[in-house]
Design a protein around this ligand. Structure first.
Ligand code: F6R
Ligand code: MG
Ligand code: MG
Length: 371
């Protein structure tokens, strides 16, 4: 059976600064999606948040880039903004809605989108990741480890179904172009791009032997759309697992290393990506550190099967990730001791979208030639 899974998210305002989505925002989003499910537009949905980002996970039969589904998501973000964020005077109400009117495709309008139309397998484990206070390139290192590093994913060595390797679709987010690179043959070229996560990010991963979609991520950069700093893009990612794809544990293991990502306070700092449970998906310390949550589902004819009351498995709730969290806080403290000095602070290319440009402008005329 063909099913489309759409994960569309936006920051449309939050409680106590850029901290956490308000329960009333979640409730209204659920109410609207429940009605769309009743009308038969959606097969199923799950509404959640990662910090100040409202995340809509939807399944349906309308394919990728469906204007009906994109329009529905845009409408949810608009309604939540007008009926909850603004009346409650939540912070940065409607922040990610960069365009006035919906014009058929939500991509390029502010919200982040990850979508895949798949042939649902006899059993389909689906992992859904969302991050706060970082950018799409944050997935580069874990996706490389999951799908291209045989020292991390044992299946690349042990499972014959994976020995043909995986193809990475990498997007140049600045130029709006993409390239497909087939690994292991083009591993070095892949790493050459992934090493610049501010510009290049993985949009999709395919199993090379049959083209099966294995992963899909959001790759829009708000600053490239708006031409100024709006907020970080706070990306999402979906990964299919098992039976000829990396096992759930092989997908999760790379997140035990809290690697440095761009974002954090004012979208201007490098900080560790900390894997947390749903209840800990809220950024506090220096507006961070950047966080990632992981949710586990089984698909059943497009239905999102979870645990009690159909809640997904909260994958990073496990004690196995305690050490990663402890290490992340140690790294966070170490990075903060650098204050506002690079590489704790991002490089000039990234900062050109922030307010620091105005500060530089102000003092520019006072520079004198060295004689
Ligand atoms: C990062 C983020 C926050 C804000 C910071 C300042 O993505 O959203 O770190 O940049 O809290 O926010 P303003 O300028 O709105 O006071
Ligand atoms: Mg915010
Ligand atoms: Mg956010």
């Amino acid at each position: 059976m063909k099913v489309t899974v759409s994960l569309i998210k936006a920051d449309v305002g939050s409680l106590c600064g850029h901290h956490i989505v308000h329960p009333k925002q979640l409730d209204l989003a659920k109410e609207i999606l429940e009605e769309e499910k009743r009308r038969g537009i959606l097969i199923d949905y799950y509404v959640f948040n990662c910090g100040d980002d409202l995340e809509l996970l939807m399944t349906h039969g309308k394919g990728e880039n469906s204007s009906e589904i994109h329009g529905l998501a845009w409408n949810v973000f608009k309604e939540v903004t007008e009926k909850i964020s603004r009346p409650l005077k939540l912070y940065a109400a409607g922040q990610d809605l960069l365009k006035e009117a919906f014009s058929g495709n939500i991509k390029g309008m502010g919200p982040g989108v990850a979508e895949m139309e798949i042939d649902e397998r006899p059993s389909e484990p689906l992992l859904v990741f969302a991050a706060d206070k970082t950018e799409p390139g944050a997935w580069n290192l874990p996706l490389y480890r999951i799908f291209a590093d045989p020292m991390s994913t044992a299946g690349l060595v042990i499972d014959p179904a994976m020995s043909g390797g995986f193809t990475f679709r990498v997007v140049d987010m600045k130029e709006g172009e993409y390239i497909d690179l087939k690994c292991p043959a083009e591993t070095y070229e892949l790493i050459a791009l992934l090493g610049t996560p501010g510009r290049y990010a993985v949009e999709r991963v395919f199993r090379s032997s049959d083209g099966l979609i294995a992963a899909v991520a959001s790759t829009s950069r708000l600053s490239f759309i708006a031409g100024r700093y709006v907020g970080k893009d706070d990306p999402v990612l979906m990964v299919r697992a098992q039976a000829g794809l990396p096992a759930v544990g092989e997908v999760l293991a790379p997140f035990a290393f809290p690697h440095l990502v761009a974002g954090w306070m004012r979208g201007s700092h490098h900080g560790p990506l900390m894997p947390v449970s749903l209840k800990d998906a809220k950024c506090t310390f220096f507006d961070g550190p950047p966080r990632v949550i992981g949710l586990g589902f089984q698909l059943r004819n497009g239905e999102l099967i979870g645990l009690h009351s159909n809640e997904p498995a909260d994958l990073f709730e496990d004690v196995a990730f305690n050490e990663a969290r402890r290490k992340a806080m140690e790294i966070a403290d170490y990075m903060r001791r650098h204050g506002e000095i690079a590489p704790a602070l991002l490089g000039p290319e990234e900062l050109e979208y922030t307010g620091i440009v105005k500060i530089m402008e102000k003092i520019k005329s006072r520079f004198k030639k060295i004689t």
